[in-house]
Design a protein around this ligand. Structure first.
Ligand code: ZN
Ligand code: ZN
Length: 211
């Protein structure tokens, strides 16, 4: 595996350590941390700082039982409740969402496929399968989008992303990720709002695919 060049921004690591990230994003951050020693270390120092704040609160009023349960929440984000080992290209947090089974892909056209892991008011998180040379349809974002590469690589207007790299996009970025030559690109992607495709046909198909 080549070195990871695109990491989880510190603000997201801090929010993840505090347990305040919506579930779709916390799954992607957990998956990145499971692949990246650098972000794992940064996350652990955030979690320790959270613990220190709770220690200080303890002197005022908080019971030991409450403090223990708060610390346990910090130690075990929701997506790590039932630890699963990494399997193939899929990190533990993804295997938990898949309940240990292989992904059930649905075709999106042009050889691309997706497997929705969860979808709700907080946003959605899905696996994407993109054949070499194929683009994820041109889209803009209604909110935040996190994309973690699990296999292969893709490039867009902002750079190139290989295994373990995390791309952070928001409504200001209009980009066209294209899978690089080689193995099909498999990504874990979370969004907090439905993607708005800028071309007409994919927009019509949007309700079908829940993109
Ligand atoms: Zn990292
Ligand atoms: Zn995007």
């Amino acid at each position: 595996m080549s070195a990871i060049n695109h990491h989880t921004p510190d603000a997201l690591l801090a929010a993840y350590a505090a347990g305040s990230l919506p579930q779709p994003f916390s799954m992607v951050v957990a998956a990145h941390i499971s692949l990246c020693l650098e972000c794992r270390a940064a996350y652990e120092s955030h979690a320790a700082m959270g613990g220190a704040v709770l220690e200080a609160v303890d002197e005022v009023a908080v019971s030991d039982a409450l403090k223990d349960s708060l610390l346990a929440m910090l130690d075990e984000p929701a997506t790590e409740a039932r630890p699963q080992p990494r399997s193939g290209v899929y990190p533990g947090p993804v295997m938990e969402a898949l309940k240990g089974k292989p992904p059930r892909w649905k075709r999106l056209g042009m050889g691309t496929r997706q497997c929705i892991l969860s979808s709700g008011p907080e946003g959605s998180v899905r696996l994407l399968y993109i054949p070499p040379g194929q683009a994820v349809p041109d889209h803009s974002h209604g909110g935040l989008e996190l994309t973690l590469v699990l296999q292969g690589s893709f490039s867009d207007e902002t750079g190139s992303f290989g295994v373990g790299d995390l791309e952070v996009a928001d409504e200001t970025l209009e980009h066209t990720p294209v899978a690089d030559p080689g193995a099909p690109c498999i990504c874990l992607a979370a969004t907090d709002a439905p993607l708005r495709f800028s071309s007409f046909v994919p927009r019509m198909l949007q309700p079908l695919f829940r993109i």
